[in-house]
Design a protein around this ligand. Structure first.
Ligand SMILES: *[C@@H]1O[C@H](CO)[C@@H](O)[C@H](O)[C@H]1NC(C)=O
Ligand SMILES: *[C@@H]1O[C@H](CO)[C@@H](O)[C@H](O)[C@H]1NC(C)=O
Ligand SMILES: *[C@@H]1O[C@H](CO)[C@@H](O)[C@H](O)[C@H]1NC(C)=O
Ligand SMILES: *[C@@H]1O[C@H](CO)[C@@H](O)[C@H](O)[C@H]1NC(C)=O
Ligand SMILES: *[C@@H]1O[C@H](CO)[C@@H](O)[C@H](O)[C@H]1NC(C)=O
Ligand SMILES: *[C@@H]1O[C@H](CO)[C@@H](O)[C@H](O)[C@H]1NC(C)=O
Length: 701
């Protein structure tokens, strides 16, 4: 105690003299004091434990200082071995600090839960063999050649110079014109939708999209491209766990495996332990574009900007002779809000899908269950792929950074994902064949995260797959063998914990830029340590695949009482947000709910003083309704208590005689709740999922 007083006094005196330094570094100073003389309840004082079970501490392997040593690691085992869905098991012998207990559903479970649906080809669905509309971006004309007497109608876009838009910002700007003869277009026009059906209510299912060559951008890049041009391609499949890649993209996986021959021009690498960085697409991908510190979900002020600015990959790479494409197969709110409407990329795909959203019945939400997304004779993802191929063709001779984000797997049953297999495989094959001779191609075929919805969300294997997206890297053999150690390093990294910031660092490296990327490992040059933990890779504990969530099977009385107290807090929160919300008069829309019981409780420990509970709860009178809540319990204040998304209560309380803070991180629904009630609640400004409507729910007597 005397030591502590002394140190604080000394520090106080110092601080008095260097006040401005102190205000800038308050946090570090507090951390420093806590380390030297930790408070009683602190992760720096492991003698005291306030969590439900004895805490054994993080496993830090003694290999933590592992460094690449070419003579001991140099592997001549080339080509890379054939990869299979369950060869993750081979990682168990490596003594990794981060070792997931399970990597997802087993092969058998997967076959049962995700049976093959057997989608037909689009012509069999739409009865269309070909497109009757064509946007010619060379002589800027739109052509339609409808069979039959009706000549057709069309719309075109983009309608303004925003690279990204929110659906409601653009909804009223579309105009549908009658087609008469080849239509001259403005120079900016890249796409059109149309219909050959004279019925006014018919959807516009004719589509064409082609890039407008930007000569200025090309010439700028040409001056800066040195040597053989590089194409760095991030082909992103939304919501595809590594295991789901194997289940739903078998032809693509076979193709990647077929590359791994001695004489092949390309080799493919399967990163078996690739962990998410955040909960959703933007939380995972935007940090790659701009660094983790720069990531926001939304920002205030002028939205027509490039929010990532000088940190953006496209702006950094431009100076190295790269033209850029940022292409989305969706028109949702996330990327525009996080990046701003005008990320300074040379090419963008987004407005096309806003038009598709309005003028066809194909939605890209996970709620659009099982429905095949055909647009004319092709699946919707075909159009951005074709656009990208044409873009690469037009820009031969310069470097390219291409980002495509396809949504075929963004669907709640997990079955629609299979519709991407043929097209993605054909595309990748053709792209490598046609552009591989004149360019060094490095392709990351990967996912942002795994599935994170649907009624299997409550299963532990699904919960794990959500955190373990696929990452496959394809690179030219010549390129790999240019440098002695690249092959060995890549191979080792396929068996280490990797995450999103590694992609940023690696991409910058490929472009010849050294960035000391926070949390990043350059997958081509540095071996990720065996001792790498989620914390070191910048991953929050709840996003971490190797933090075991343990089912609490037989809680003692004290813990059981505590769990019920947590459930009470959840109940209060739900009622405050819905039934008693200030946004609507009591009793009009939502019922007051009462938690009936806690079915399952999962727990994991972050430290000796912090733990995380997941409760699955049933509700009195409503047998179908099931809530899940994630709750943080801690006896030390930490940054986790001001985590971005958290707006729920912090309770000061005690548990096992220690003071604790409780924060409900999230409440969600495990049953299928979407429907009229959800809409009604949302229209009233309430959260759809915490409201049990007075009407529309069967109440049990
Ligand atoms: C690399 O490994 C070899 C063989 O295991 C060993 O003899 C050598 O000292 C190591 N070099 C370094 C720099 O650690
Ligand atoms: C599609 O094309 C085939 C020949 O290529 C033709 O026999 C068939 O009638 C066409 N179907 C439609 C619906 O146009
Ligand atoms: C795809 O691109 C090619 C040019 O490479 C073009 O001829 C074809 O019409 C495009 N397909 C569609 C459906 O737009
Ligand atoms: C073409 O690229 C230049 C330089 O990147 C940019 O300033 C210009 O706005 C682009 N033109 C179009 C039509 O996008
Ligand atoms: C590649 O070559 C090595 C050595 O020549 C050989 O042992 C191996 O079986 C070959 N692998 C394949 C996939 O052809
Ligand atoms: C909480 O759950 C809801 C519904 O599942 C989800 O939309 C939201 O993103 C979650 N929030 C956080 C912070 O995880």
């Amino acid at each position: 105690m005397i030591k502590k007083v002394l140190i604080i006094t000394l520090l106080g005196i110092c601080l008095f003299y260097i006040g401005s330094f102190a205000s800038d570094h308050r946090r570090q100073i507090v951390n420093f004091i806590n380390e030297v003389t930790p408070p009683k309840y602190s992760s720096n004082n492991p003698k005291i434990s306030t969590v439900s079970y004895p805490y054994h501490g993080p496993i830090i392997s003694d290999k933590d200082t592992e460094e690449f040593n070419s003579s001991s690691y140099f592997t001549d085992d080339r080509p890379p071995p054939i990869f299979k869905i369950d060869d993750t098991e081979s990682l168990r012998s490596l003594n990794l600090a981060c070792q997931p207990e399970i990597y997802g559903y087993s092969i058998d479970q997967g076959d049962v839960i995700f049976p093959r649906h057997g989608y037909p080809k689009c012509p069999a669905v739409t009865n269309l063999n070909q497109s009757y509309i064509f946007v010619d971006t060379e002589d800027d004309k739109l052509y339609m050649n409808c069979p039959g007497p009706y000549k057709g109608r069309f719309l075109f876009g983009p309608t303004n110079d925003k690279k990204l838009v929110l659906r409601n910002e653009i909804e009223d700007f579309w105009q549908v014109w009658d087609y008469d003869e080849p239509e001259p277009l403005d120079e900016e026009v890249e796409f059109a939708l149309g219909s050959c059906d004279s019925s006014k209510s018919a959807y516009l299912i004719q589509a064409s999209m082609n890039p407008q060559f930007n000569k200025t951008a090309y010439e700028y890049a040409k001056e800066r491209t040195e040597g053989k041009p590089k194409i760095i391609f991030m082909l992103t499949l939304d919501s595809m766990s590594r295991r789901h890649f194997f289940r739903k993209m078998p032809k693509t996986i076979d193709f990647l495996n077929s590359l791994n021959q001695n004489e092949s021009d390309y080799w493919a690498f399967d990163f078996k332990l690739h962990n998410i960085l955040g909960p959703n697409s933007v939380g995972n991908q935007v940090p790659i574009f701009g660094g983790k510190d720069r990531f926001v979900k939304t920002f205030k002020g002028d939205q027509n900007i490039d929010y990532l600015g000088e940190k953006a990959l496209w702006n950094i790479l431009r100076e190295k002779g790269y033209i850029s494409l940022f292409g989305l197969e969706n028109c949702d709110n996330y990327f525009p809000k996080s990046l701003g409407r005008k990320p300074n990329v040379d090419y963008a795909i987004n407005q096309f899908f806003c038009a598709v959203y309005k003028y066809t019945d194909y939605k890209f939400d996970k709620e659009a269950v099982l429905k095949q997304r055909c647009l004319g004779a092709y699946m919707t993802h075909y159009y951005p792929l074709n656009y990208t191929y044409n873009l690469a063709q037009m820009n031969q001779g310069v470097n390219m950074w291409l980002y495509l984000h396809l949504n075929g797997a963004h669907e709640a049953t997990g079955l629609h994902a299979e519709t991407m297999d043929d097209d993605v495989m054909d595309f990748v094959k053709k792209f490598l064949t046609d552009f591989g001779k004149d360019n060094d191609i490095i392709m990351f075929l990967h996912a942002d995260h795994g599935m994170r919805y649907g009624n299997w969300y409550k299963d532990l294997p699904a919960y794990q797959e959500n955190k373990l997206p696929g990452l496959f890297a394809i690179a030219g053999r010549q390129f790999i063998e240019q440098n002695d150690k690249t092959y060995s390093v890549l191979t080792l990294n396929t068996q280490r914990l990797t995450s999103k910031m590694d992609l940023r660092k690696s991409i910058l490296y490929l472009a010849g830029i050294k960035e000391n990327t926070k949390y990043g490992v350059n997958l081509f040059e540095e071996v990720a340590h065996k001792g790498r933990t989620c914390e070191k890779a910048g991953i929050e504990p709840w996003d971490c695949s190797c933090r075991e969530m343990k089912l609490i099977e037989e809680p003692d009385q004290e813990l059981e009482d505590f769990i019920l107290r947590l459930a009470d807090q959840v109940q209060a929160t739900i009622n405050t947000e819905s039934y008693a919300s200030k946004k609507h008069d009591k009793n009009i829309i939502c019922e007051k709910i009462e938690i009936k019981g806690v079915e399952n409780t999962y727990n994991f420990q972050i430290s000796n003083v912090e733990e995380f509970f997941k409760l699955e709860m049933t509700v009195k009178h409503y047998p179908k309704v099931k809530f899940q809540a994630n709750i943080l319990v801690s006896s030390q204040y930490s940054d986790r208590f001001k985590y971005n998304d958290v707006k729920y209560m912090v309770e000061h309380d005690t548990f096992r005689k220690a003071p604790i803070m409780i924060r409900i991180l999230n409440i969600s629904r495990l049953d299928k709740y979407a429907g009229p009630c959800e809409l009604k609640a949302i229209q009233a400004g309430l959260r759809g999922d915490t409201c049990i409507c007075k009407e529309g729910y069967k109440k049990e007597k």
